[in-house]
Design a protein around this ligand. Sequence first.
Ligand code: NDP
Length: 271
Amino acid sequence: MAKFADKVIIVTGASSGIGQSTAELLAKEGAKVAITGRSEKGLEETKQLMLKAGGNEEKILTIAADVTNEEDTKRIVAETVKKFGKLDILVNNAGAGTMEGYPDSSIAQPLLVYDYINNLNARSVIALCQEAIPHLKASKGNIVNVSSIGSLRASPNFMYYQMAKAALDHFTRILAAQLAPEGVRVNVVNPGAIRTNWLARTGIPQAAVDALEKSWLNVWLPMRRVGEPIEIAKTIAFLASDDASYITGQMIVADGGAVIATVPMPKDTSR
Ligand code: NDP
């Protein structure tokens, strides 16, 4: 039997990258999936991938929505429950960082940028959880948040993003402690560098993204490669599944070894 047969799952940020791959995997595993994001084109692409993976039309609900808007977060949960009659799993994956208003350091980025980035990566997750929790208590379901290894590091470029993801990590732990007695699990996946549009969408030019991969990731990163979206999708699916039935409040770092590594000594260092 498919792992997620009859499970009703919301995946935010499903119009691209990790969320798209997660929706595809869950459809393959029999789930009824509500896919959401702002780009209708991206959502249609995801739907086609889900159908190709073995999903069927009646098990897919497409909701074009902006998670930073509270009316939209209410609508995402309400429309899902209206169509499928329940909710088992909420995957809070939508997120982004930005170089917007970046002069020469991230502390100088306008506070309006902070407000948006915090809303997108942390506040919107709280809003979605508030709507979803009554349904998850009824189904003894679970929540998987998608954070970043950025929450564990200090990049001079992405202060507000990393702060928001750190808040998301701790929100996960606190919510997990609150909901565990009611049979609802809450966990978080912290990806490292994954091959999606994420970095390019921050506003960093593609040439710089390519150069970064060549000069840094392939030299310093222990696994010597960026990850693929499906590798994070599988981690999300594990935490969402009954295979993780005794795991709550936990963070799984999936990063090719990035956070455990230090920069290697230069090759020509000799005694
Ligand atoms: P993508 O840019 O490919 O996807 C981001 C998704 O978030 C899109 O589906 C986008 O949809 C959605 N999104 C962004 N803003 C909004 C909004 N206001 N309302 C609704 N949806 C929104 O990047 P990834 O797939 O890589 O990112 C997925 C998650 O993984 C994010 O939380 C990201 O921070 C995290 N992550 C990614 C890493 C990487 O290297 N790729 C590393 C660490 C963490 P749309 O534009 O249609 O609204």
